[in-house]
Design a protein around this ligand. Structure first.
Ligand SMILES: Nc1ncnc2c1ncn2[C@@H]1O[C@H](COP(=O)(O)OP(=O)(O)O)[C@@H](O)[C@H]1O
Ligand SMILES: [Mg+2]
Length: 258
């Protein structure tokens, strides 16, 4: 089994509160790994510690974007921009979409390129071919996230779910190998929530991208998970395939108790 992300004994304290308490999590490559648990369980803090938003107090975070054990990165305590550049993107790390720009333009910005270089920009013949390639790449990405019909829509006209997919599209354009999504279906209706997860699932299956998804609407989300970790009060209390976790009495208890 090949893991793109592994944590070992990760700890984060806020004063006397242990928000993340010796957490060991493995994210399988080309999968959707889901982190569930009641409010305050420590899910967001865990992802923040992995992506450099917060510094861990103890433990290790290993990231293997190239699927090569000899190139595995120890990203423990790295600053957010360095984690992002290495290919581990947490969606809020990407600047909010430029609302006045179209879907296509937003993705082109995330792809970068010579067209934005003020010295090279006037020398159109030097970059026009590259520009064509970038547009082609942008359309490929839009197809993968189901936004191709909206390519010329300004971002402000998109619904909550489509904006989420635009964030994923921008992560892909930035070269992400692992995308962390914190409650991607928050604020969307159930029908579109299914759509979002279908796109994420097909991305995980058909491209070289893996997902770590935090969710609390488990009724909708759980069937799309390949592997699930359940957190409660800072610790992992259960893990396994969705059906196993859903039938674990400890999990049922924290969900009903909470
Ligand atoms: N910056 C912070 N300072 C102090 N306490 C925090 C901070 N962030 C989160 N917490 C606390 O840590 C615990 C875990 O929070 P969080 O990671 O947001 O949980 P979840 O995402 O699972 O709902 C909660 O008790 C929360 O109040
Ligand atoms: Mg949270």
């Amino acid at each position: 089994m090949s893991y793109i992300l592994e944590t070992f004994g990760l700890v984060k304290r806020f004063g006397g509160l242990v928000a993340v308490n010796r957490v060991d999590i493995k994210v399988r490559r080309n999968s959707i790994t889901m982190l569930i648990g009641p409010n305050g369980a420590g899910k967001t803090t865990f992802v923040n510690v992995c992506t450099g938003v917060l510094k861990p107090d103890e433990g290790k975070v290993l990231f293997n974007p190239a699927n090569d054990e000899s190139k595995k990165l120890d990203i423990t305590g790295w600053p957010p921009h360095k984690v992002y550049k290495s290919g581990f993107v947490r969606t809020f790390q990407i600047p909010q979409p430029f609302l006045a720009l179209t879907v296509l333009e937003n993705i082109l910005v995330a792809l970068g390129g010579k067209g934005e270089n003020p010295v090279i920009a006037p020398l159109r013949h030097l970059w026009v071919r590259e520009e064509e390639e970038r547009v082609k790449k942008a359309f490929e990405i839009m197809r993968k996230v189901g936004l191709e019909d909206y390519w010329d829509w300004e971002a402000y006209r998109l619904g909550a779910g489509q904006l989420k997919m635009l964030e994923v599209a921008r992560a892909l354009a930035a070269g992400a190998k692992l995308v962390a999504l914190d409650e991607p279906i928050g604020g969307t209706d159930p029908a579109y929530a299914h759509e979002i997860f279908k796109h994420i699932q097909s991305l995980a299956r058909s491209t070289d991208v893996s997902f770590l998804v935090i969710e609390h609407r488990i009724d909708i989300a759980l069937p799309f998970a390949d592997y699930v970790y359940v957190m409660d009060r800072g610790a992992v209390i259960s893990e396994g395939p969705p059906d196993k976790v859903a039938n674990d009495p400890k999990v049922i208890e924290v969900y009903i108790g909470g």
